[in-house]
Design a protein around this ligand. Structure first.
Ligand SMILES: Nc1ncnc2c1ncn2[C@@H]1O[C@H](COP(=O)(O)OP(=O)(O)OP(=O)(O)O)[C@@H](O)[C@H]1O
Length: 154
């Protein structure tokens, strides 16, 4: 099952307060849904230059620069930081059960009905398919397993 969140971006909105607001209303419930075992996705939509990438990642190079203020971070690093922290919390809380979590993520862009794999931009025309059991999926979309922030920011 898939749970999806939609964010409409307008460049004037994507200031630090807006980033925090999005994190609280989209990021926090998304992390809890992932922990509960649901596949979850975020769609950022808006016209060219409206701030989709900024909303999802923060200012350019913010992941590489250690001194970028936390409040400038985009949704993606905040979500993964929260996810890994919550996993640790759950594992500590239920240490007798030896909980194991596997996190996989994909990133794609849809532009003029063309689907591009952002983890492998040479894949520019991926097909959207439907499977009787698993539902709608993007054929051949790269799926990376992540367990640390370094995995996410590489
Ligand atoms: N709140 C903001 N403060 C400062 N700069 C911003 C803000 N939001 C967006 N920008 C800047 O505006 C430019 C366009 O934003 P961005 O690349 O996020 O738009 P986009 O919707 O992803 O565009 P495209 O559809 O062309 O990929 C970028 O240089 C980005 O750094």
């Amino acid at each position: 099952m898939f749970l999806s969140y939609f964010i409409s971006t307008v460049v004037e909105f994507s200031d630090p307060v807006f980033q925090l607001d999005i994190f609280e209303h989209v990021g926090v419930p998304l992390v809890e849904n992932c922990l509960a075992g649901f596949n979850s996705s975020v769609f950022a939509y808006g016209q060219t230059g409206s701030g989709k990438t900024y909303t999802m990642w923060g200012p350019a190079n913010s992941l590489a620069e250690e001194n970028v203020a936390k409040e400038q971070q985009g949704l993606t690093p905040r979500v993964f930081e929260r996810l890994f922290a919550r996993i640790k919390e759950e594992q500590t809380k239920h240490s007798d059960q030896q909980l194991n979590y596997q996190c996989n993520c994909s990133f794609l862009e849809i532009y003029n009905e063309q689907v591009t794999d952002l983890l492998d931009p040479s894949q520019r025309n991926l097909q959207i398919r439907e499977d009787v059991k698993s539902g709608v999926y993007v054929e051949n979309l790269t799926e990376n397993q992540v367990s640390t922030m370094e995995d996410v920011t590489q």
